[in-house]
Design a protein around this ligand. Structure first.
Ligand code: NAD
Length: 245
């Protein structure tokens, strides 16, 4: 029989990113031992080990995952890059590689950062629940691969294999060190390119504070057990109130 690694030993794939770093910092505060796996190292935190590598490389993943019981997967090419091949290679094929590596290494839980855009068909959604179907016509290549990625992860959930999975679906994330959302909005406004209104000005958009997104990930991880309803499910994550946009 295999000796189970401590449930407080985890890895964050994409841990150098905006969300990943907030997640790493909170996990350390909560007493987890954390290994970061990312194509780039952008910071140092005492007690966190960094492993530079591509998630498409199973051997590189195996080295990091062998003593780990819980994996968070929050890596993705930037949605702005619009490179269909890269999205498929990393988000779909790479995620299959992550699952194989987790299973070979004996990891018991995988928490995926998905996206609320997986159910967005281009028309307004109010109070959307998780039983909405996946978008048949995703709005871009990024979303197309986020749908496939989520399916692959949720289908891999298996009590028999002692491998449980769950997906968290934030929409826009804001907070300290946000590299995209707010800086791009501010920049666009400064250039005078926001002098038009889409709709009648009462549209609402769902932005979630990064620490709430982190909280959702950790709650999901800690409640993911063989008999829990979370197994193989996706959860939207949001603040209480959407923001008038
Ligand atoms: P980010 O770009 O800041 O972080 C992504 C990280 O993934 C980066 O550190 C990058 O180096 C790493 N990465 C990319 N390709 C990799 C590879 N092949 N191997 C290993 N690491 C790789 O992005 P973020 O905003 O922190 O997003 C994190 C996750 O949240 C993503 O899955 C994204 O789809 C999802 N998400 C983000 C938002 C948002 O508003 N930021 C909204 C919904 C969903």
């Amino acid at each position: 029989t295999r000796i189970r690694p401590s449930s407080k030993r985890c890895a964050v794939i994409g841990g150098s990113g905006f969300l990943g770093r907030h997640l790493v910092e909170r996990l350390v505060e909560k007493g987890y031992s954390v290994a970061v796996f990312d194509i780039a190292q952008r910071y140092e935190v005492p007690g966190v080990t960094f492993h530079q590598g591509d998630l498409c490389d199973k051997q590189a993943l195996l080295k990091v995952l062998k003593d780990v019981s819980l994996v968070f997967h929050c890596a993705s090419p930037s949605p702005a890059c619009d490179d269909r091949n890269l999205f498929w290679k990393v988000n779909v094929e790479g995620t299959r590689t992550v699952i194989q590596a987790c299973q070979e290494a004996g990891v018991q839980k995988l928490v995926l950062t998905s996206s609320a855009s997986v159910v967005f068909e281009g028309t307004d959604i109010k109070n959307g629940k998780e039983d909405l179907p996946y978008a048949k016509r995703p709005i871009d290549y990024y979303t197309e691969t986020k749908i496939q990625q989520e399916k692959v992860v949720l289908e891999a959930c298996s009590k028999e294999k002692d491998f449980l999975t769950v997906a968290i679906r934030p929409h826009g994330i804001f907070g300290p060190r946000d590299p995209q959302l707010v800086p791009i909005l501010v920049d666009t406004a400064r250039k005078g390119k926001m002098k038009f209104i889409i709709g009648d000005g009462t549209n609402l958009v769902d932005f979630t504070y990064v620490e709430n997104v982190v909280h959702g990930h950790i709650l999901a991880a800690e409640h993911l057990k063989p008999d829990s309803p979370l197994c193989g499910k996706a959860y939207h994550i949001t603040n209480d109130e959407p923001i008038r946009f």
